[in-house]
Design a protein around this ligand. Structure first.
Ligand code: ATP
Ligand code: ZN
Ligand code: MG
Length: 302
């Protein structure tokens, strides 16, 4: 625990992250962003020849779509919703009085049509379903979004607002599995090139409650999720810096994404945790980018 606090403090002292007073909510310095931008260019060079369609959604998504996705069934503890003041002038007077008195003013806030995006690929599926039948060779998409998860922590690698870069493959089961395997190999190779020690392991999502335990077992038994792990704040518990998820036909069925012959598509996504990768680079190579090994600098900045 102490080691975690001190890495966060060192990041603050070096000016790489800026303290906002909330655990897991940080400002980023220009140098921190340079590392993320360089790493994203490395991702682009690796996956750029595959012909993925680039799409960028804002960090909020349609609440109705979020509700239908089932996120609240699986991960209610992580979700964040956007609420706003929707009252009249009298309500406003009451609101200000309430704030001046130091009372809880948030009770009167009403849910808007927007929730915070929990994972970069969530807004994609219904948009693709809307386009109609998928061609026989399926589809490939390149996404990046800030994501929100309510998991405040002193571990700088566990933030509440962070960026996820994703590739999402939709297609036949074999094609989707091949895509996932390809990125497990590519991810391992990229990390090794920038001098980061990695290993791949089977993983699970933090499904809520007792009913969730069954979903955890099912996910692990079927090898639906793998993670690429790098030690950042702990060597015993290395941090997931990439995830490789096979959803089977879950999202295809949920959103009605089909081929022309009426069969449902399978989907998989691979996600890069961009802040985590930057933090792994700072942890392993030091807080002074100028002093990073020449080979690492070469891979990132050419
Ligand atoms: P963990 O097991 O560490 O909670 P996760 O399984 O929840 O990670 P995913 O849901 O697969 O992670 O998210 C995709 C990627 O986003 C992860 O591989 C990770 O790199 C990154 N990520 C997830 N949660 C956070 C977070 N709280 N802060 C920073 N990056 C995160
Ligand atoms: Zn995804
Ligand atoms: Mg998590």
């Amino acid at each position: 625990m102490d080691a975690q606090i001190s890495f966060l403090d060192r990041l603050f002292s070096a000016g790489l992250l800026l303290d906002t007073g909330v655990d897991g909510l940080y400002g980023r310095s220009g140098r921190f962003e340079d590392v993320i931008a360089a790493f994203e260019r490395l991702i682009d060079r690796t996956g750029g020849g595959d012909g993925a369609e680039a799409i960028r959604f804002p960090p909020g998504m349609n609440r109705a779509i979020f509700e239908k996705s089932g996120y609240m069934k699986s991960f209610p503890q992580l979700a964040g919703t956007i609420h706003s003041f929707c009252g009249c002038e009298l309500d406003h007077v009451n609101l200000i009085q309430c704030m001046d008195a130091g009372k809880d003013w948030t009770k009167e806030q009403e849910a808007t049509d927007i929730v915070l995006t929990p994972a970069a690929c969530y807004p994609l599926y219904p948009v693709i379903a809307q386009r109609g039948d998928l061609p026989a060779d399926g589809g490939l998409f390149d996404l990046q979004s800030y994501c929100f998860r309510h998991e405040p922590s002193k571990d700088p690698a566990r933030q509440q607002m962070f960026r996820m870069r994703e590739y999402v493959r939709m297609g036949k089961a074999d094609d989707v599995m091949e895509f996932r395997q390809l990125w497990i190999e590519r991810g391992t190779d990229i990390m090794q090139r920038v001098g980061l020690p990695v290993h791949i392991d089977v993983a699970n999502d933090p499904f809520f409650g007792r009913a969730g335990r069954m979903l955890v077992n099912n996910q692990r038994d079927q090898n639906l999720k793998f993670e690429l792990l790098i030690p950042i704040t702990s060597t015993e518990n290395p941090t997931a810096c990439m995830s490789f998820n096979y959803h089977q036909d879950h999202f295809g069925t949920k959103w009605g994404i089909q081929f022309a012959d009426g069969t449902t598509v399978h989907t998989a996504c691979v996600g890069f945790g961009l802040e985590r990768i930057a933090l792994a680079l700072f942890h392993h190579h030091g807080l002074d980018i100028e002093a990073w090994p020449e080979q690492v600098r070469q891979e990132l900045w050419g």
